[in-house]
Design a protein around this ligand. Structure first.
Ligand code: AQP
Length: 336
C-alpha cells in the first residue's frame, strides 16, 4: 500500500427503508470520490440505529438494503473496506473507553441529542442516544482516520471526537490520529423540499419533502414539482430570502455538475416551474439506474454477505490493533 494515502472513515445508519438525497449528496457522493485515492473504511452503523427501536426483521432488511445502496451508488469493495459496525466488536469496546473520557455536561451539549431528546421527552429517550457521539468517536478513532467525510450536521460530533482523541493522547501518550471533518461546501446540507430551512431527514415526520433514493421516478418527480418555493419569480441563489429555490439549485448543481451561476443564467427569464421540471429530470435520471442496481444486488444475498465478511475481516485488523494500543496505554492487563 502507498503510505502517502490518507485514511478515511465514515458511516451511515440503516434507519430507513431507503437513503435520501441528502445522505447521498452530503456524504456518500464524497465517499465514492475518496475511495480511489485514499485508504477508505465505510460502515453501516447498525449499532447506532438501535437508538431507535426497530423490529429485528426490519433492521436486518434495512442493513442489507443499505449495503446494496452503497454499492449501487458507487462504492467498490475492491477499492474500499465496506462493513457492518456490529460485526467488528472493537467498536463497542472502544466506545466504553470514550464514555469514560467524556464529561456529562459535554455530552449534554450535543445538539443532535438535545433536538431528538426534546422531541421525544426524557422518558422515551434512551441512554444510547446520549452516548451516541462516544460510539461515533470510537468508530473514527479506531481506524486512525485522517478524514471523516460527513454532512454539515455531523460537524459537532467530529469536534467531540477530536477533543476526545486529543484528551486521551495528552493523558496516556500518542495513541490516536486526530481526524479532520471533510465537508464539501456544495451539498453539505440538503434541505427538506417542504420545509427548506430544515435538513432533509430520514426521520422527518412528513415524507413529502424527502427524496428517497428507492422511491419510484413518479413519486420523486411529484415531490420535486410540489416543492415549496419562495416569493418573487426570479431563479436566484439566496439562502436567506429564497431558501426553497436555493435548495433546488443546490440539488441540481451537485447532481448535474453545472455551477450555480451557470444555472442562474440558464434559468434567467424562466420561472420556478421550469426549475422544478429540470431538477425533477436530473434527479430521476440519476436515481433510475441506482434503483435498478439495488434490486439486482438484493437478489444476490450471498454476494452481499461475502462483501461484508471480507470488509469486517479487513476492518478488524486495523481496529484490533488500535484497541490493543489503547488498552496498553490505559494500563489494562493483557490476557497473554
Ligand atoms: N440533509 C442532509 N444533507 C446533507 N447531508 C446529510 N446527511 C444526513 N442528512 C443530510 C449526512 O448523511 C450521512 C449519514 O447520515 P445518518 O443516516 O447516519 O445520520 P443522520 O444525519 O441522522 O441522517 P438523517 O437522515 O437525519 O437520519 P435520522 O432522521 O435517522 O437522524 C451523515 O454524514 C450526514 O451528515
Amino acid at each position: 500500500m502507498n503510505n502517502s494515502r490518507k485514511r478515511v472513515l465514515s458511516g451511515i445508519q440503516p434507519t430507513h427503508d431507503s437513503f435520501h438525497l441528502g445522505n447521498h449528496l452530503g456524504a456518500v457522493k464524497n465517499w465514492v470520490a475518496m475511495q480511489d485515492e485514499n485508504d477508505s473504511f465505510y460502515c453501516v452503523v447498525d449499532l447506532h440505529s438501535l437508538t431507535v427501536e426497530t423490529d429485528p426483521k426490519v433492521l436486518r432488511n434495512r442493513s442489507m438494503v443499505s449495503v446494496a445502496q452503497l454499492l449501487a451508488l458507487g462504492l467498490d469493495p475492491a477499492k474500499c473496506t465496506l462493513f457492518l459496525q456490529s460485526q467488528v466488536p472493537a467498536h463497542n469496546q472502544l466506545a466504553w473507553i470514550m464514555e469514560c473520557m467524556t464529561g456529562f455536561g459535554e455530552a449534554g451539549r450535543m445538539t443532535q441529542f438535545k433536538d431528538k431528546s426534546s422531541k421525544n421527552g426524557a422518558d422515551r429517550t434512551v441512554v444510547g442516544l446520549f452516548t451516541y457521539p462516544m460510539l461515533m468517536a470510537a468508530d473514527i478513532l479506531l481506524y486512525q482516520a485522517d478524514f471523516v467525510p460527513v454532512g454539515e450536521d455531523q460537524r459537532q460530533h467530529i469536534e467531540l471526537t477530536r477533543d476526545l482523541g486529543q484528551r486521551f493522547n495528552s493523558k496516556y501518550g500518542q495513541t490516536f490520529q486526530i481526524p479532520a471533518p471533510y465537508i464539501m461546501k456544495a451539498g453539505a446540507k440538503i434541505n427538506d423540499l417542504q420545509e427548506p430551512t430544515s435538513k432533509m431527514s430520514k426521520s422527518s415526520p412528513s415524507q413529502t419533502g424527502v427524496i428517497n433514493i428507492l422511491d419510484t421516478p413518479e413519486v420523486n418527480a411529484k415531490k420535486i414539482k410540489s416543492a415549496v418555493t419562495d416569493t418573487g419569480r426570479e431563479v436566484i441563489f439566496d439562502e436567506v430570502s429564497k431558501p426553497g429555490v436555493s435548495n433546488l439549485l443546490t440539488i441540481h448543481s451537485t447532481i448535474s455538475g453545472q455551477s450555480i451561476p451557470e444555472l442562474e443564467e440558464y434559468f434567467s427569464g424562466k420561472g420556478y416551474g421550469d426549475l422544478k421540471s429540470s431538477v425533477a429530470e436530473v434527479v430521476v435520471d440519476f436515481l433510475n439506474p441506482v434503483r435498478v442496481r439495488v434490486n439486482e444486488l438484493l437478489a444476490e444475498p450471498a454476494y452481499l454477505h461475502s462483501v461484508l465478511k471480507l470488509g469486517a475481516e479487513k476492518a478488524e485488523v486495523v481496529a484490533n490493533q488500535t484497541l490493543k494500543q489503547t488498552y496498553e496505554a490505559l494500563g489494562l492487563v493483557p490476557r497473554d
